[in-house]
Design a binder for this molecule. Structure first.
Ligand code: G3I
Length: 320
């Protein structure tokens, strides 16, 4: 059996992958991506971000996002929609605009309302706010934080809940897979939203890991449970595990173990509902361009052949 089928058998809602528009012209990739026994969920890697959707004020462009969501619908795959409010991939008019609290609040609400209305009924979940925290757990000095203070997070979630009450609303971040100041910051976001009566359904832990320094299964379980104890679901939303190239048998073996431990941690936590890899073939990984000299982070190689890492995921899903 393959990954999504095994995930369902393990009690998860999906095993999924990110994809991007450039991949849609790669026929072999699309065939592999469209295999519902392997991938029951997809995430658009770039085409639902603010710079893609609203490149100039109140001018919306959904074509690229729609190309991905249409493929998911055709394949009967769940969709994780990504992302409404993030400090990166902002159009210049947002990033460098002259804002007051009132004008940026209006622009943020308009972006969320228009985007979520367009995709209403299509998404399993929205990553409403992405990466609001620094590594010490303080708030990142984004244009949103600098202009609106931390209230931008509550405003974003309240606007999202009012626009589509049926979709799951997530906070999504990286380096919150270990207990520590940043995970504590994310826990505090959940607590403070809930304390003020704001709807938040889930926390996405991105899980951009490094071979050999991936947290242990026990640590990951404890950390995931610190979130679910607050009454939210959790998911691994952008899993990849990079290594310094060239790969060796030892690195591949460690990576296989790291994948197994991560997936097994999710399986063992009630309310950890799914795992998404941040693309599935090394041909389309974001890693080598961002961290030169590293790569081989995903379960399929550049020729779409299953790697040892794939069988680590299988082991994590089956407890074998
Ligand atoms: O669209 C332009 C294209 O017109 C141009 O020709 C080309 C030349 O470089 O660049 C294209 O834009 C690139 C875009 O991906 C689409 O391919 C950007 O340069 C590049 O920076 C961008 O990278 C994306 C990155 O987010 C940006 O921060 C990655 O593909 C995407 O995988 C990555 O995803 C993020 C998640 O959203 C949030 N968590 C971290 C994760 C990894 O960084």
């Amino acid at each position: 059996a393959q990954l999504h089928t095994l995930a369902l058998a393990a009690g998860l809602e999906y095993f999924g992958t990110a994809t991007d528009n450039i991949e849609l012209s790669d026929a072999a990739l699309v065939t592999a991506l469209s295999n519902l026994t392997e991938f029951g969920q997809i995430t658009p890697g770039n085409s639902q971000k603010w710079d893609s959707i609203e490149p100039s004020p109140n001018t919306f462009s959904f074509e690229k996002g729609d190309a991905i969501t249409a493929l998911g619908a055709k394949n009967s795959q769940l969709l994780r929609c990504h992302t409404l409010v993030w400090f990166q991939q902002l159009p210049v008019w947002v990033q460098n605009g002259t804002w007051t609290n009132a004008t940026l609040t209006a622009a943020l609400k308009n972006h969320i309302t228009t985007t979520m209305t367009h995709y209403k009924g299509q998404c399993y979940a929205w990553d409403v706010v992405n990466e609001a925290l620094e590594s010490d757990g303080s708030f990142r000095e984004s244009v949103f934080f600098k202009t609106m203070g931390e209230s931008y997070i509550k405003i974003a979630f309240d606007t999202a809940a009012a626009t589509d009450p049926d979709v799951k609303l997530y906070y999504n971040d990286f380096s919150i897979e270990n207990p520590g100041p940043k995970a504590t910051g994310a826990l505090n976001i959940v607590k403070s939203l809930k304390a003020s009566g704001t709807k938040i359904d889930g926390v996405g832990l991105q899980a951009h890991f490094i071979v050999g320094s991936t947290p242990s299964k026990a640590v990951q379980i404890k950390n995931l449970e610190s979130f679910t104890a607050l009454g939210v679901e959790v998911a691994y939303t952008e899993l990849d595990i990079r290594m310094t190239l060239p790969s060796t048998a030892a690195l591949d073996a460690q990576q296989t173990t790291d994948y197994e431990n991560t997936v097994a941690a999710c399986v063992q936590v009630t309310n950890c509902i799914g795992v998404t890899v941040w693309d599935f073939s090394d041909k389309y990984s974001w890693v080598p361009s961002t961290f030169p000299g590293t790569g081989s982070a995903l379960p399929f190689d550049e020729n779409l052949v299953r790697k040892s890492a794939y069988f680590g995921i299988v082991a994590g899903l089956t407890g074998a």
